[in-house]
Design a protein around this ligand. Structure first.
Ligand code: KG4
Ligand code: ZN
Length: 348
């Protein structure tokens, strides 16, 4: 029998053991999940320190780091789960969005392993993985809900109607929130990755700098970060050029709240407007303490339930790919061995 025949005949199990692989940016990650929500292991190797001196991720360095880390990462995920390769029912892999060369490492590895084990290969969208991370924290949570997607490449307010149907209710018209935090961090001479460093210094700053309002029209749930970013960069450069002392901490605190308040407020507006009672969030920026506290406070005040993944499942990881992979597995959304990596994958 050919690989495709074997996969087409594969039985779908509720408690399937799924090996998930993620390599879209600078984290090489592998995880083993049982039944889509139980994490048996989660391993993350990061090449972040290799990118620090360049101030951002260098794609070529990321690809090389994935190549040397992938085997070890997958082996460790299987050992940590106390399983052997023969126990794996399917392999889920991020095929996009992300850096092509980086994605290809995970995709090629997953294809070879799926072929050699004769198990289905499940292509997973990185963005959907971020949204599915919420299933790892609350075993009972089910759609519908409103979700804030806030990462280095994407920023949106999404209605998750059921496990497979999504509607973008509002989104950034230009930069992503993570990208803008990274840019301001760089302008303040803080090391990469910028978001966590902005959060760190913001703790001793005041939100005393008024940033321009950026909501796009009264009824729109869209937002824009480029005006905010330019304002902050000009503020920093003008003060530096004139030799005026200013507080980096205040810039960080003011920028952080301006960038995040609009996300939280728009998610709540979306729940109000479309009648949702649960709000979730996913993506690297959701590791931000200010976002987490502010969402908890504002949503609870309105009587909405909030579910946010643990910080380690907000930034890139493979467990979230396994959670989304399981949903695709249940639908038999398998790829054949011609699966390719894609720089951009639409949400739907
Ligand atoms: O989801 P992610 O790990 O990768 C992408 O899919 O893009 O998100 C990375 C982004 C970066 O911009 C990083 O600065 C930001 O998430 N980030 C944070 C925090 N941790 C990561 N931003 C603010 N506060 C944090 N604690
Ligand atoms: Zn991500």
């Amino acid at each position: 029998m050919s690989y495709n025949d074997i996969v087409n005949a594969a039985k779908i199990k509720d408690d399937a053991i799924i090996l998930a692989i993620e390599s879209s940016c600078d984290e090489t990650a592998a995880a083993v999940l049982k039944g889509g929500r139980e994490i048996l292991s989660s391993v993350i190797m990061s090449s972040a320190t290799e990118h620090v001196r360049f101030g951002g991720v260098v794609p070529e360095i990321a690809s090389r780091a994935h190549t040397s880390a992938i085997s070890l990462t997958v082996e460790k995920a299987i050992t940590d789960a106390n399983l052997s390769l023969g126990d794996i029912d399917a392999i889920a892999v991020t095929y996009g969005s992300g850096l092509l060369g980086a994605l290809l490492v995970g995709v090629s590895y997953a294809k070879a392993l799926a072929f050699s084990l004769n198990v289905p290969l499940i292509p997973v969208s990185h963005i959907r993985g971020h949204l599915a991370a919420v299933y790892l924290v609350d075993k009972a949570i089910e759609p519908p809900f409103i979700s804030i997607l806030a990462s280095g490449g994407h920023t949106a307010i999404i209605a998750v109607k059921n496990y497979y149907e999504f509607e973008v209710l509002g989104q950034t018209l230009d930069d992503a929130v993570g990208e803008s935090l990274d840019k301001i961090a760089r302008t303040l001479n803080l090391p990469y990755p910028g978001g966590p460093n902005i959060e760190r210094i913001a703790k001793s700053g005041q939100t005393n700098i008024s940033f321009p309002k950026m909501l796009k029209g009264k009824n729109s749930l869209d937002f824009s970060y480029s005006g905010l970013k330019t304002f902050a960069i000009n503020y920093i450069h003008n003060n530096e050029q004139k030799g005026i002392e200013f507080s980096k901490e205040d810039v960080a605190a003011s920028f952080q709240s301006a960038a995040i308040d609009v996300l939280v407020d728009n998610a709540i507006k979306a729940a109000d407007k479309f009648g949702y009672s649960v709000i979730t969030a996913g993506g690297g920026v959701v590791a931000n303490g200010y976002l987490r506290e502010s969402l908890a406070l504002k949503a609870t005040r309105k009587g909405y339930k909030i579910v946010i993944p643990d910080k380690k499942f907000c930034t890139d990881n493979a467990a979230m790919i396994g959670a989304e992979g399981y949903l695709q597995y249940k639908k038999r959304n398998f790829a054949d061995l011609s699966l390719n990596a894609k720089a951009n994958v639409p949400l739907n």
